[in-house]
Design a protein around this ligand. Structure first.
Ligand code: NAD
Length: 485
């Protein structure tokens, strides 16, 4: 198994080459051990301008390559991703801290995004109508936009970039990716695999950095569309900046996801669904179930089952196959999550299981066990704010209507789930809940390549969601031709 050598200086991809930056470098840390994995540069303004210029130049000819040929070039990419699947999953584990099982699932979802983009000839088809008026025909075509930009978060280093550039590039655009500075290794490695597939120079570029790099990419006159995934505050500011510079933008933000458990929904499969939703990826998922609303007497039976499941959860290094939950991303993240646990206690909620007391590996790893609070006041910060860590709040509600009302009061609207045996309850919930994604007896209403993904309210700034047909729509513009011969 090959992984990048420790403390390697990560390169940027500009035009035809992988290059070292002249900018400052910062350490990328393995959260399981505290060891340095690599050093990532903060690309300079000049380097970012050069990446955009390379993409801009490549667009002139890439847009004219027939879509069948553009899509065909993605076939070897899927094969290379398959071949290197395990190496990629290990890289995700090392830099992000999620378990191997979670990382393998992430890489699989990412490969599906490329498979979806391979169908671009069908996806790009427009509409036509003969004789829309006497002797007049009309048709729509979809055309690429130009240079598209992807800005991605730390928590899905393989999958989130693949939500973006395979679709954008197959649709005829060129791309500049800026992965998270906390987890850039996987994006670089996947970029290396992409570069092996023979795409023309400048079609795919990769730069690094934080706020300044993002501003340079969003505000540059030659970038046309911005795809952002990260926290709501940054999503909001990126959307505003993009609109001010007349860019197309989709900015996916944070979340607070509610899981409603009906009295007829308390069973083993529900407990396992809640556990993986709340504690998978150490709760660092935008689809993490963060609040369980236990309806009627569901709570009395559910809480002890969750407590038992938490006691069985093993903390450990992400790359160890036996690990049930890995570390959170950083010491700052751990301190923030612990502050929320303190706030939960102060709010008067009952601390059922305290993750701070969990048996964690010794050393510099940033481990925190699963925490469960019961009888949480819906107004408490742990029930309202995005914690982005392994903390689950249980709120009690008398019936389905009040649980929907509670969930809909959230400022976020990414995903929500219901656990029930009643088709009527599931139908009412799915219809009335104000979220972009809905799970029925599924804890994580996961993004699947062939469907669009995104939330509502503070969870998404913009209109077109990522991947699926929305992704194709986002990366293309329509033209309508009306003709008389
Ligand atoms: P983040 O907002 O800190 O960073 C996201 C990206 O923005 C990174 O590339 C980062 O370098 C850049 N960035 C950070 N601060 C910036 C600033 N002030 N100006 C411009 N750019 C900036 O998010 P994160 O901590 O990497 O990821 C976790 C967040 O992402 C959570 O809120 C989570 O819910 C959200 N997320 C949402 C989805 C979704 O689909 N809605 C998916 C994954 C993660």
């Amino acid at each position: 198994m090959q992984t990048l050598a420790p403390a390697r200086n990560l390169p940027m991809r500009i035009g035809d080459s992988w290059l070292q930056s002249a900018g400052e470098y910062v350490k990328v840390t393995n959260p399981s051990s505290g060891d340095a994995l690599a050093r990532v540069p903060l690309s300079t303004r000049d380097e970012i301008d050069r990446a955009i210029a390379a993409a801009h130049k490549a667009f002139r000819s890439w847009r004219d390559v027939p879509v069948v040929e553009r899509a065909r070039q993605l076939f070897p990419f899927t094969q290379l991703l398959e071949k290197n699947r395990e190496e990629l999953a290990r890289l995700v584990c090392e830099e992000n801290g999620k378990t191997l099982a979670d990382a393998r699932a992430e890489v699989r979802r990412g490969i599906e995004m490329v498979e979806f983009a391979c169908g671009m000839p069908s996806l790009l088809m427009g509409d036509s109508l003969e004789n829309i008026a006497r002797d007049i025909d009309s048709q729509t075509i979809r055309q690429p936009l130009g240079v598209c930009v992807g800005i991605t978060p730390f928590n899905f280093p393989a999958m989130v970039p693949l939500w973006m550039y395979p679709i954008a590039i197959a649709a005829g655009n060129t791309f500049v990716l800026k992965p998270s500075q906390l987890t850039p290794l996987t994006a670089v490695r996947i970029g290396e695999l992409f570069a092996e597939c023979g795409f023309p120079d400048g079609v795919f570029n990769l730069v690094h950095g934080e706020r300044e790099a993002v501003e340079a990419l969003v505000c540059h006159p030659d970038t046309r569309a911005i795809s952002f995934v990260g926290s709501s505050a940054v999503a909001k500011s990126v959307q505003a900046m993009a609109i001010a510079h007349r860019k197309r933008v989709q900015a996916l933000g944070g979340a607070k996801n509610f899981l409603v458990v009906m009295p007829d929904g308390v069973n083993e499969s529900t407990v396992s669904g809640i556990m993986s939703s709340a504690f998978g990826g150490a709760g660092e998922r935008c689809l993490a179930g963060s609040v369980v609303i236990a309806v009627g007497e569901a709570g009395e039976r559910l809480v002890p089952l969750l407590d038992t499941a938490c006691k069985r959860m093993t903390l450990g290094s992400a790359t160890d196959e036996k690990t049930g939950m890995g570390p959170v991303i950083s010491a700052q993240a751990k301190a923030r999550i612990e502050r929320y646990i303190d706030e939960g206690i102060k709010s008067g909620a009952k601390l059922v299981h305290d993750g701070r007391a969990a048996d964690a590996p010794k050393g510099e790893g940033t481990f925190l066990g699963p925490t469960v609070f019961d009888h949480v006041d819906p107004k408490a910060s742990i029930a309202r704010e995005e914690i982005f860590g392994p903390v689950l709040s249980i709120v009690r509600a008398p019936d389905l209507d009040s649980s929907i009302e509670l969930a809909n009061a959230s400022e976020y609207g990414n995903a929500a789930s219901i656990f029930t045996q009643s088709g009527g309850a599931a139908r009412k919930f799915s219809s009335r809940i104000e979220t972009g994604m809905v799970g029925v007896n599924i804890g994580v209403a996961a993004p699947m390549a062939f469907f669009p993904f995104g939330g509502v309210k503070e969870s998404m700034y913009g209109d077109a969601r990522v991947h699926g047909k929305d992704g194709v729509m986002f990366y293309t513009q329509q033209k309508v031709t009306i003709s008389r011969w």
